[in-house]
Structure formats: structure tokens, C-alpha cells
Design a protein around this ligand. Structure first.
Ligand SMILES: [Mg+2]
Length: 385
């Protein structure tokens, strides 16, 4: 049985920032030589240290995009305008695409069919799910053919079988592990079986720990909420495979064979933090959950390497934010954090995304920036709420 990809990864975080908040302008262009062999760690600057410049389009500077789906490619089933076109161009330019999702309920082939229907041609092999990452973790620990109790949907069952494991539904079958992922039909009976199995010593694994699930009606309980049933009853916490934990990222890197992966996501707390945990650079797009204010206020582990409105940002060079004397400049904008006076100052004109880049760099250089301090500068940029 294959070992988990995470064991082969290079050290996650390069030590120490490079002295400027902005990444090196030459970083991406020279990047081919700058990456740790066999791993995803950037040698040119600390991952998570801040925004980087990239002198060439991201789609040529990085060999693979590890793309989140909801909020990036589609939004609740509707395609995000321009996403299919941008991904097609990135792919034609040589960038490999992988679709990496915390959703464990659907099979990779079902997700690939949905993507293809939205104008983003994909095969099952292009889709990496938290169910697959969870199955991989379990396969590394249990012998081939071992019974695994499934609380969840078809995606988990398929992933277990692909790894040579045997999905079961009762504690009486003495499963070596319990794996739990969201599915709409989970009932008391299967939760009770899982609880009995965990209490009897089965290893407890969760596909992901998302507290909520975005739906057309709003936020509904996600797998992280359902997991709490077992946690409350047994006192046992699960090992989590999905973002922001490392196994799913490692699975995606192993699947693509990426040497220089770029994680692309809409959530700072899953996609971007997951990239940092995996030692990869990341692009935050503003088409989903995280808003410009969230980026400005992001704690260090949740700071993306790049910012863009949407996936068209893959096809562009990214300007460096330059820092001098406490002033952070990008495009026509200049930002400064004056924490003593309680202000985040922004002046200038030009593309709002450049203003946001300058603002993030300034905010991340200081401690104690609050939403109130950031609000006036963000209003100047007029991003949609
Ligand atoms: Mg998302």
C-alpha cells in the first residue's frame, strides 16, 4: 500500500521572512531554480510571510493549480463568470489543473461531470476529494481488506474501495476505523454504530471539519457539526483529512506530481491556511466566502501569496508590493499602518486590487489592526460587500 504523500514532503515553512513584506519581484521568474526538490516549500521567501510579486503569469510560473471548487469555479451550482475561460487558457499554457474539495459526499466522476457541464472539462482523475485523503490515511494504517465503518455517502465508500478497504455499516463487524463525511441521509442508527465502534477502539477519521455547509437556504450544519455527536459521546477527537489539515493537500500534490503547486481558493481558513500548512503558495480569489476586509485582517497563517478578483488572476503577472519607510506601494496606491493613531491609511488611484495589495501589506506589517481601522481605506477601494 502506498505511503501517504505527506511523509515525502519537504519542510513546510522556510524560516524567516526575507526582510520585506513583499515577495521578491524576481521570485517567480527565477522560481524554477528556487523550489525545494520534491516538495512544495518556497525557497525564495517564507510561505505565509506575505504577498509576493510574480513577473510572469502565475499559470506559467507554477506548474499546477490546486483549485477549490465552490466560490472559485462555481457558486452554489452556478458557474462563476469567466472561470471556464480562464482555466482553459491556463491549461493551454501548460498549467496542470486539479480540483481539490473538502466535499466527501460526491464521487470524483460526479464532480468531474458537473465541471465538464460548466465548461471546465475534467475527468475523475482531475478531482481530489477529502474522502480520498481520508481513505489514504486509513489505508496507511490498516491492512488490505480491513473493515471500515462509514458515516457518509458514496464518495467515501468508493474512496475506501479504491484503497483496498471494505466499507461496513455496523460495529459488530469490528471495523478498524470509523470514517465520517457529510451526507444528507445520516441518521441516528449509523451514528450509534460509529459511536460504539469508536468506543471499542476503532480509529476515528473525519473527511473534514467544516462547521457549516453553504446552501441556497443559507448555512446548514456541516460535517464538523455532525462529528461533534461522536466527539461528545466518546470524548475522542477525529483525525481530519480535509483542508486546512495537510492530508488533502498532500494527496493533491501526489496526484499531480506538482513541483510548484499554487493553491487557489476563496476561503482564508481552509484553502489559504491549508496551503500554508502544506508549504505551498496560494492565490485568494474574491468570488466566494472571504472578503477584502478578511484578507486585510488575516492572521499570519491565513495570508495568501497573491490576490485577485477571480481566476483571470492566474493569467497575469502580479505586481510586487514595495516597502520603504513604512510605506507600502502597489500600482498607483500607497498604504501605511499607523497603529498608534489607530489608522490604516491609503492614498492613490488605480486598480482597486492593487490598493488591496498595498493595504494588506501595510496591515500585515503591523500588530493590532482592527476592522474599524481598515474600514475607511476599504471604502475607498469600493469593493462589493
Ligand atoms: Mg470554496
Amino acid at each position: 500500500m502506498m505511503r501517504n504523500g505527506k511523509t515525502g514532503e519537504a519542510g513546510a515553512l522556510a524560516a524567516g521572512a526575507a526582510g520585506t513584506v513583499a515577495g521578491r519581484a524576481a521570485g517567480a521568474a527565477a522560481g524554477a531554480q528556487g523550489w525545494a526538490v520534491g516538495g512544495a516549500a518556497a525557497a525564495g521567501g517564507a510561505v505565509g510571510a506575505g504577498l509576493r510579486g510574480c513577473a510572469e503569469p502565475l499559470s506559467t510560473a507554477y506548474d499546477a493549480a490546486l483549485l477549490d471548487l465552490d466560490g472559485v469555479v462555481y457558486l452554489g451550482g452556478d458557474p462563476i463568470p469567466g472561470a471556464a475561460k480562464a482555466l482553459g487558457e491556463a491549461r493551454r499554457g501548460g498549467m496542470q489543473l486539479a480540483f481539490v474539495t473538502n466535499n466527501a459526499s460526491r464521487s470524483p466522476s460526479a464532480i468531474a461531470a458537473q465541471l465538464t457541464g460548466l465548461g471546465v472539462p475534467a475527468t475523475a482523475a482531475d478531482v481530489v476529494t477529502s474522502a480520498q485523503a481520508a481513505a489514504h490515511l486509513i489505508a496507511d494504517r490498516l491492512p488490505e481488506g480491513a473493515p471500515v465503518l462509514v458515516v457518509g455517502g458514496i464518495g467515501l465508500r468508493i474512496a475506501l474501495r479504491e484503497r483496498g478497504l471494505r466499507p461496513v455499516s455496523t460495529a459488530a463487524e469490528q471495523p478498524g476505523a470509523v470514517v465520517q463525511g457529510y451526507a444528507p441521509g445520516i441518521d441516528y442508527g449509523i451514528l450509534a454504530e460509529a459511536e460504539l465502534a469508536v468506543r471499542a477502539g476503532a480509529w476515528y477519521v473525519a473527511s473534514n471539519a467544516d462547521a457549516t455547509l453553504p446552501t441556497a437556504r443559507g448555512l446548514q450544519p456541516g460535517n464538523g457539526a455532525l462529528v461533534q455527536v461522536i466527539v461528545t459521546a466518546t470524548g475522542t477527537q477525529p483525525v481530519v483529512a480535509g483542508k486546512p489539515e495537510r492530508p488533502l493537500h498532500a494527496e493533491a500534490v501526489a496526484r499531480t506530481g506538482a513541483r510548484r503547486p499554487l493553491v487557489v481558493g476563496d476561503r482564508l481558513d481552509t484553502d489559504i491556511e491549508g496551503a500554508a500548512n502544506g508549504g505551498a503558495d496560494s492565490l485568494l480569489v474574491l468570488t466566494g466566502v472571504s472578503r477584502p476586509a478578511d484578507a486585510v485582517l488575516a492572521p499570519p497563517r491565513r495570508r495568501p501569496s497573491y490576490l485577485a478578483h477571480d481566476l483571470a488572476g492566474l493569467l497575469e503577472p502580479h505586481p510586487e508590493v514595495t516597502a520603504a519607510g513604512g510605506e507600502f506601494r502597489c500600482g498607483g496606491w500607497s498604504a501605511r499602518a499607523a497603529v498608534d493613531s489607530g489608522q490604516l491609511e491609503l492614498t492613490g488611484t488605480g486598480a482597486p486590487i492593487d490598493g488591496l495589495r498595498a493595504l494588506c501589506a501595510a496591515a500585515w506589517s503591523a500588530d493590532g489592526i482592527t476592522a474599524e481601522m481598515a474600514a475607511p481605506a476599504l471604502r475607498l477601494l469600493r469593493f462589493p460587500a
